[in-house]
Every structure is written in structure tokens, then in C-alpha cells.
Design a protein around this ligand. Sequence first.
Ligand code: SF4
Length: 218
Amino acid sequence: MTHDIPLEVLYKKLRNHFGFLDWWPGETPTEIFVGAILTQRNSWKNVEKAIKNMKKNNALSIRYISSCNEQVLAKIIKTVGFSSQKSRYLKQIFIDILTNYGSLENLFALKKEALRKKLLSMKGIGNETADSIILYAAGKRKFVIDAYTKRIMHRVYGIDENIKYEKLQDYFENNIKKDLRLYKDFHAQFVELGKNYCKTRPLCSACPLNLVCRKIGL
Ligand code: SF4
């Protein structure tokens, strides 16, 4: 994988433009965990509404979710798409955690790779969701790759857009400082860039990376 601008210089450009983003929003690890599941194939706006409604109904706890009526929970989170499926997944996941670990804290006490393996064994959790939970809820360093990251890395550096998740993740983890705050904010910066500039139809002239981007494929 070759590139021109070092990743951390690219990060600084984004950071100068967007500021420190303090992502992921959430008052507790449980809230971040639930948000990471709800946001799959959903806009963050809809997730925020669902989480607000869960708080209003005292439904944002591992105990509530693991013993809830799935249809009732699906109604509470109805602002997100696939709410019935997500309600089912959340219940199964939290029953598993409560039965096998007793608490989220105990689950998060696992070593990073064991935690990742456990999360990936749960229905409804794929690579991106597992790593979002590890990074933002458990506070352990795992670089999160999403569709924005792949698109931006393709356009800026020319990397294959179909690159394997772990390969791109290794690339980041081998080329940036091992710093939790940096991992968290770097991913957030890519999301912001993807949402605001590097869209399907990119807005290159206003983009903070305009002068350093190769614009591959455009
Ligand atoms: S300059 Fe254009 S292609 Fe490059 S990152 Fe910005 S919006 Fe995307």
C-alpha cells in the first residue's frame, strides 16, 4: 500500500477543519453498546430518538433488555429500521452477557482479542460493530473501519476499495500512534468527512483534503 501524505498529517488536516469531535456520544458503556447495534443501516438521528425513548421508558439497561418483551422493546426503538430484528438481537446479546459474565464490566475485562472474538460470536455483531464497542464502550484500542473509511482511503491514496476489513485495520494500527484518543477521533473525522464532503458525489473544492487527495476514480 503506497501513499503520499502520512496518515497522521491527514488526521491533523481533518482535525483542524472539524475540531476534536469527542465521539462516541453516550453517557454509559451500555448506551454506547446499544447505539452501536442500533446504528447499523440507520442514520444517527434515528438512533438518538430511539435511545431517548429507551431512557424515557427506563429501558436502557442490561437487566431490562435481557428480560424484556421483544415486541415492547421494538416499539420503544421503532424510530430505527429493522427494530424487531434489533430488539431480538439486543435481548439475545444481553442475556448472553448477563448469563456468562454477570455484567458488561466483566465482559470488557476480557483481553482485547478475546473480547473481539466473543462479540463476533454474537448474532447481530459484525466487524465494524464489534470494533466500535471495543473502542468506544470498552475503551480499548481497535481501529474502526467503515464504508466511509474505505471510500476515502481509495480516493485519497488509491487503495483497493474492496480491501479486506482486517487488512485496512492493520494498516492504520501499524501506521498511527498507539493512542486511544487518536483512534477514537480519527474514525470520527472520517465519518464527518464522508458525510459532509466525500459523499458518493464528492464536494472536492470545499474539502479539507482537496490539495492532498489523488481523487482516484473521479
Ligand atoms: S478531495 Fe474529494 S475525493 Fe478527496 S477526500 Fe475530499 S471530497 Fe473526497
